[in-house]
Design a protein around this ligand. Structure first.
Ligand SMILES: *[C@@H]1O[C@H](CO)[C@@H](O)[C@H](O)[C@H]1NC(C)=O
Ligand SMILES: *[C@@H]1O[C@H](CO)[C@@H](O)[C@H](O)[C@H]1NC(C)=O
Ligand SMILES: *[C@@H]1O[C@H](CO)[C@@H](O)[C@H](O)[C@H]1NC(C)=O
Ligand SMILES: *[C@@H]1O[C@H](CO)[C@@H](O)[C@H](O)[C@H]1NC(C)=O
Ligand SMILES: *[C@@H]1O[C@H](CO)[C@@H](O)[C@H](O)[C@H]1NC(C)=O
Ligand SMILES: *[C@@H]1O[C@H](CO)[C@@H](O)[C@H](O)[C@H]1NC(C)=O
Ligand SMILES: CC(=O)N[C@H]1CO[C@H](CO)[C@@H](O)[C@@H]1O
Length: 897
């Protein structure tokens, strides 16, 4: 959520957000330019079958362009697997910060003989540079010879040349085009609260991985495992040579090259590197509703009631910070959200098959007598100033202390608070947790701000539906004395960060749109319990918090898959958490942005369960746009309507068009949940993305490379929403392939050309089935996913030109981490014969159906009437043959049409 006064901060920093950064090599310090830097020379090169090591020595006088050049470095090259090559350049003394293993566990070095690897590393000793080549076609993927390596105490610069006009994707989190601009493009990574998700700016998370797609020459990925603030430039030199340049304000060069060569193979190889996404409960695919500004528990209940009355299925109800007492974590407002009524709300939801999720923030109210703070303080979980006092900031509750998620007691403290507050026996028995503001966002904008002057953010009574019920939120009492506690922290050990740096200012400016490094966040001079500095670990704060929250949820309900939604992320966050795209606005542009963000996050950043605030967060939604967005969101993995406190209510029951659109959208989404759940199962176990950009399925069709308004939901359904403001027509691209209209079943030949559809009403969304696929559906939708599971299956077969198709279906119980009884089917269609085989095991618990009642085969225009079996019917209008029957999913079977 966003803070009203942040708008002021945004205005104050607008200048720095739009000022075009000077081309890097023109930036000079004391008359020195990066071009004067001497580079390095390699020596003592040693090779084994699967690795190379060398010493790198500064090859001349230090240039010290942004800080001090390091004289002695080491190079380590590992052929980790056939498809993954690791290149690491680090300081000889191993003091420079390296990302903690517990935050990003490293993949194993599989010691693949270099002869067996898809990629080749070539070393040039003097001046030092290296080149990575795809062996199969001699394609040079990475070549650093265009500019000398610079490795300083507060700046590391490495450039690779690229082909002209390259197809580069990834590098989240941003709201920029899906296919990134490659001239004068600068991508900052410094996690920041970012209301309105401005373009060309750093947002909430950092994922320094890009995909480079070269058509029939293959796709590869490059991941830089460096969490420091950085700016990545995509640009051309004066002589027209294309390059990508990393500029970090610390850390080391830790590159993973992923060979592909199909796009989805790069996704898998990235999952092998940073970890596979957690699997989510089946119910997480339901429809979610939230709003900041649901004033009390009655209003929350009324929203739930109004959804039922409108006949729109609601699976999960959420409450924003409104529920807290004075915006303090682990409290409920005794008048507006009394614990007794909260418990009743949750038990009612649960009895109807619905779920409940609440928010937590990292800033903990710094207040005597506030027990969660006092316990945390006793346990030494907060950041400390040099004098041992708590490092303070300002957040929703007022003056706050900040947990150091790496301190030894923090996990226990957080898990205990969660277990108590959210106890099933006498607390709020919630089903998931949303962690917000964890970049971390500090309402204190700079280091001159005194956190003790801030009295918190009382609810905005003017916007509340009921006057006079607003109680002032208690602030910081006058007689408060900071409770000091001395600390000893390790310092400057291995990988802890070089001593003697300026921890507030890096002379190389990564261009944070919120100003200085410590602007609106936890100050970067803080020391973590393990001796590392916030200067180096800033981008890991939300990542660490969300992972600690996952562990706490697991401790609270052992064995069940936690749903933890986090605003701030780092590469590999998906292992334990998922993300929504932050505080967007209710605009057509952000409706479009949600598509490109989803494309990159699911298919490249390996965080599949993502989505935007449907109908937009800031500003007022309107009926038509919200109707379109209801349909759009239904084909994105995480589907939640959410709005800001000062926005109009935008629940789907608010307008006639949104009621119609939402019913259709949710009905369709629910019938397809098993299909999506199967795709998620494959992403979480094999890394294959559940959302496919068009070029993933048509990698040689250059018309697809820039498409950012269409996507494949799973690998069979092509979604092509209307994306023009206030329009009822859409121009969509159909690759050269056979498709079927999802709604009518009619066959359409894609010509590798655009098709314009007119008169797409506000409650319609074009969806096409790619030929060659089989889609498992439920015969009917239901009011909750629990009810849905009682419905029988229908398999929709979409044969390709050869009369063949295949699909798959995964079924389990839906919520447990370890599933003992699962069904995993391969379904094939071959010219009139359906074969269903695979692994059988899920028995269908609690009245759930595991029965197929119908096969629907599309595109059978040429069928001979009378040649069909008795249970079959043919619809000449659409060309679909339907075979009715009853097949239990507990043994292999065949069906002949
Ligand atoms: C629920 O619906 C009633 C009747 O239309 C309306 O008066 C009320 O404002 C709605 N409540 C909420 C929270 O949307
Ligand atoms: C859904 O329908 C079932 C069966 O009729 C009912 O028990 C349940 O309360 C309903 N849930 C909701 C949220 O309406
Ligand atoms: C952890 O908490 C215990 C109290 O539960 C305290 O005695 C101990 O000092 C704390 N450890 C640290 C490192 O602060
Ligand atoms: C960070 O800098 C501030 C301002 O100089 C100082 O008060 C604080 O003690 C410093 N923190 C640490 C951990 O050194
Ligand atoms: C940024 O830091 C510089 C150097 O410490 C300081 O002069 C400037 O006031 C800071 N700007 C903001 C907006 O805090
Ligand atoms: C399809 O239309 C878009 C604009 O809507 C255009 O950018 C693109 O080049 C067109 N593609 C083809 C293959 O004509
Ligand atoms: C992606 C996008 O459209 N961002 C816009 C969001 O709103 C801010 C403030 O109005 C603009 O500056 C961004 O460009």
């Amino acid at each position: 959520m966003r803070v009203e006064q942040l708008v002021l901060g945004l205005v104050a920093f607008a200048r720095s957000a739009i000022a075009a950064p000077a081309p890097l090599d023109l930036v000079v310090r004391d008359g020195v330019s990066a071009d004067d830097c001497p580079g390095y020379e390699a020596s003592n090169v040693k090779k084994t079958d699967s690795s190379i090591t060398a010493d790198l020595t500064l090859a001349g006088d230090a240039c010290n362009v942004y800080s001090d050049d390091l004289k002695d470095l080491k190079l380590l090259v590992e052929y980790q697997s056939k498809d993954r090559l690791h290149v690491k350049i680090f300081d000889k003394d191993e003091q420079v910060y390296q990302v903690q293993e517990e935050l990003v566990p490293r993949p194993k070095h599989g010691e693949t003989p270099s002869a067996d690897a898809a990629l080749e590393f070539e070393l040039v000793e003097k001046p030092f540079s290296f080149k990575i080549t795809r062996k199969e076609n001699d394609e040079v993927l990475f070549d650093t010879s265009g500019r000398q390596l610079i490795f300083e105490s507060q700046y590391v610069g490495l450039r690779t040349s690229l082909p002209d006009n390259p197809n580069i994707y990834g590098l989240g989190e941003h709201s920029d085009p899906f296919r990134l601009p490659n001239v004068n493009y600068h991508r900052t990574m410094w996690n920041s609260e970012s209301p309105f998700i401005p373009t060309n700016a750093n947002l909430y998370g950092s994922h320094p991985v890009y995909f480079d797609h070269r058509g029939d020459k293959g796709t590869h990925g490059v991941f830089l495992l460096n969490a420091n603030g950085m700016k990545i430039d995509l640009d051309v030199t004066e002589s027209g040579d294309q390059y990508l340049q990393y500029n970090t304000i610390g850390g080391i060069i830790d590159l993973y090259f992923l060979a592909g060569k199909q796009p989805a193979e790069v996704s898998k190889q990235y999952a092998d590197t940073v970890g596979y996404s957690a699997m989510y409960p089946y119910w997480a695919f339901g429809f979610h509703q939230c709003k900041y500004g649901y004033w009390d528990v009655n209003m929350v209940a009324e929203v739930v009631g109004n959804y039922s009355t409108a006949g729109i299925p609601l699976e999960v109800m959420w409450t924003d910070i409104d529920y807290m007492d004075g915006r303090q974590d682990f409290t409920t407002d005794p008048e507006r959200f009394p614990i007794g009524k909260m418990r009743e709300l949750v038990s009612t939801l649960h009895s109807r098959g619905q779920r409940y999720v609440l928010i937590l923030d990292p800033g903990v109210h710094f207040k005597e007598g506030y027990a969660p703070y006092e316990r945390g303080h006793e346990m030494g979980v907060f950041y400390k100033n040099a004098d041992g006092s708590d490092h303070l900031g300002v957040q929703w509750a007022g003056t706050v202390a900040w947990p150091d998620w790496l301190a030894p007691n923090t996990s226990k403290w957080w898990a205990d608070e969660i277990a108590t507050t959210f106890s099933a026996d006498n607390g709020i028995d919630l089903d998931g947790i949303w962690v917000d503001m964890n970049e971390a966002s500090n309402f204190c904008g700079d280091i001159d701000c005194n956190p003790l002057d801030n009295q918190g953010n009382p609810p905005k009574v003017g916007h509340d539906p009921r006057p006079n019920t607003g109680r002032p939120i208690p602030g910081f009492p006058d007689d408060f004395q900071p409770n000091r506690r001395s600390v000893t922290r390790q310092d400057n050990g291995k990988y802890k960060g070089l001593p003697g740096r300026d921890l507030f200012v890096a002379k190389y400016d990564p261009v944070n749109h919120r100003g200085n490094l410590s602007g609106f966040t936890i100050w970067t001079n803080n020391t973590n319990a393990d001796g590392t500095k916030a200067y180096d670990t800033h981008n890991l704060h939300g990542h660490a918090m969300s992972h600690v929250t996952y562990d706490a949820m697991l401790a609270r309900r052992p064995g069940l898959r936690p749903l933890v939604l986090t605003r701030s992320t780092f590469a590999g966050n998906g292992r334990k958490a998922t993300h929504w795209f932050g505080d967007n606005e209710s605009s057509w542009e952000h409706y479009r942005v949600s598509i490109r963000q989803m494309l990159a996050w699911v298919s490249m950043h390996q965080m599949p369960m993502v989505g935007s605030d449907v109908c937009g967060f800031n500003g007022n939604a309107n009926e038509q746009m919200c109707a379109r967005w209801a349909l759009l969101g239904a084909f994105q993995p995480f589907y939640r309507n959410h709005a800001e406190i000062s926005s109009v209510q935008q629940e789907f029951y608010q307008w006639p068009l949104t009621i119609t659109a939402a019913k259709k959208a949710i009905d369709t989404r629910y019938k397809l949940i098993d299909y999506a759940y199967t795709a998620l199962h494959y992403q979480t176990t094999q890394g294959t993305p559940m959302i496919n950009p068009l070029f993933f399925l048509y990698p040689e069709d250059s018309n697809t490379f820039g498409i950012q308004h269409q996507w494949f939901y799973g690998d069979a359904l092509l979604i092509s929403p209307v994306t023009t403001d206030w329009s009822e027509s859409v121009t969509l691209y159909l690759p050269k392939d056979t498709f079927y209209d999802y709604w009518t079943g009619r066959r359409i030949e894609g010509l590798g050309a655009n098709v314009t559809l007119n008169h797409v009403s506000w409650t319609d969304i074009p969806v096409h089935i790619r030929a060659g696929t089989i889609i498992p559906q439920r015969a009917n939708s239901a009011n909750t996913t629990a009810e849905l599971r009682k419905e029988n299956f229908v398999f929709v077969v979409a044969p390709d030109v050869d009369g063949k198709a295949k699909g798959r279906l995964y079924i389990d119980e839906g919520e447990k981490i370890v599933q003992e009884q699962t069904t995993l089917l391969d379904i094939t269609w071959d010219n009139g014969h359906i074969t269903v085989g695979g692994r059988w095991g899920y028995p269908g618990l609690k009245g759930e159906s595991i029965t197929i009642e119908r096969f629907k085969v599309l595109g059978q225009e040429e069928i001979q009437m009378g040649s069909l079996g008795e249970a079959s019917t043919f619809d000449p209008a659409t060309g679909a043959v339907t075979v009715e029957g009853s097949w239990n999913l507990d043994a292999d079977f065949e069906v002949h049409m």
